[in-house]
Write a protein that binds this ligand. Structure first.
Ligand code: MEV
Length: 307
């Protein structure tokens, strides 16, 4: 049996603005999808949800991935696939991409062929196209290579950012599900209605990302936190926040986080907070006691690997 794991991701700055050509920053996080492959008749079993049905999106994505590999190498398609993921589904943390990348890596290892991470990324992107109609490719790229990426208009740039062990990101899941496509459309409509105002907001978002790059390089955590709050304010301005997102942002800051913001599409989804190591236990515990689904993550710098 061969097993691989790949990290989920978080958008740190620039979501939504990126859709109209502004830059954004994302990073891979220490929550993983693990996939094992062994000989057997084609069968997909998830530890979380049980046997995957043949008419499901996931089954079709797996088939597409296996077919793609077999268009390059000859490898048995009779495999049993076991999935075990700790990444929340549908929360904007790249759960499907992490799964595709881990599967591509585990299957290629099982096939005993020569491959590199670039190929893993390309093959996983094929499965992502089955799950999301127009994926940007950021999720699978982060799951494959790990670390921090700047992306703009389809171009990815790996960032030489390495945060220290003195900070954590807290992730609070609102458990409010939303449709990313619909929210993106609403934002674009708002832009059409008030272009002379929105243009300035988008320019502010671009300037914010440039400043954030410098703060990340310098590990200036106070500045990163402040920029997260500014980014949340801009996201509120374009209408993608929700009272639950705002409540959690305020709570995180009141409890001592350096900054907080919604992350991803918004209107629910997840909120992230940046917190010093000395406060992480306290804030995480308090939020859990208040009934929130909360967990901590650190950046993953390695990307997909065998386990
Ligand atoms: C969603 O994670 C990020 C958005 O910017 C949409 C996108 O970039 O495709 C809201």
């Amino acid at each position: 049996m061969t097993c691989s794991k790949a990290p989920g991701k978080i958008v740190l700055f620039g979501e939504h603005f990126v859709v109209k050509g502004a830059p954004a920053i994302g990073f891979a996080v220490s929550k993983y999808a693990k996939v094992c492959v062994e000989d057997g008749s084609l069968n997909i079993i998830s530890k979380q949800t049980g046997r995957v049905e043949q008419d499901s999106l996931l089954y079709r994505a797996v088939k597409r991935l296996i077919t793609k590999v077999n268009s390059i190498f000859e490898c048995s398609e009779d495999v049993k696939i076991l999935i075990d993921s700790e990444i929340p589904i549908g929360s904007g943390m790249g759960s499907s991409a992490a799964l595709s990348v881990a599967l591509a890596h585990a299957y290629l290892t099982h096939c005993n062929v020569d491959f590199d991470k670039k190929l893993v990324n390309e093959i996983a992107y094929e499965a992502e196209k089955e799950v999301h109609s127009k994926p940007s490719g950021i999720d699978n790229t982060l799951a494959t290579f790990g670390g921090f990426l700047k992306y703009r208009s389809g171009v990815f740039e790996k960032l030489e950012v390495r945060l220290g062990e003195e900070v954590y990101f807290l992730v609070v899941n609102t458990n409010l599900r939303r449709q990313t496509g619909k929210i993106v459309e609403e934002v674009l409509k708002l832009y059409e209605k008030y272009p002379e105002i929105l243009e300035n907001v988008y320019n502010a978002a671009s300037a914010l990302v440039e400043k954030a790059l410098k703060s990340l390089e310098e590990r200036d955590y106070e500045s990163i936190g402040r920029l997260m709050l500014l980014n949340h304010g801009l996201l509120w301005t374009i209408g993608v926040s929700h009272e639950v997102n705002d409540l959690i942002v305020h709570k995180l800051v009141a409890k001592g986080c350096l900054g907080a913001k919604l992350s991803g599409a918004g209107k629910g989804g997840i909120v992230i907070g940046l917190v010093k190591e000395s406060l992480v236990d306290k804030i995480e515990g308090e939020l859990r006691n208040e009934g929130f689904e909360v967990f901590r993550v650190t950046p993953d710098y390695e990307g997909v690997r065998n386990v």
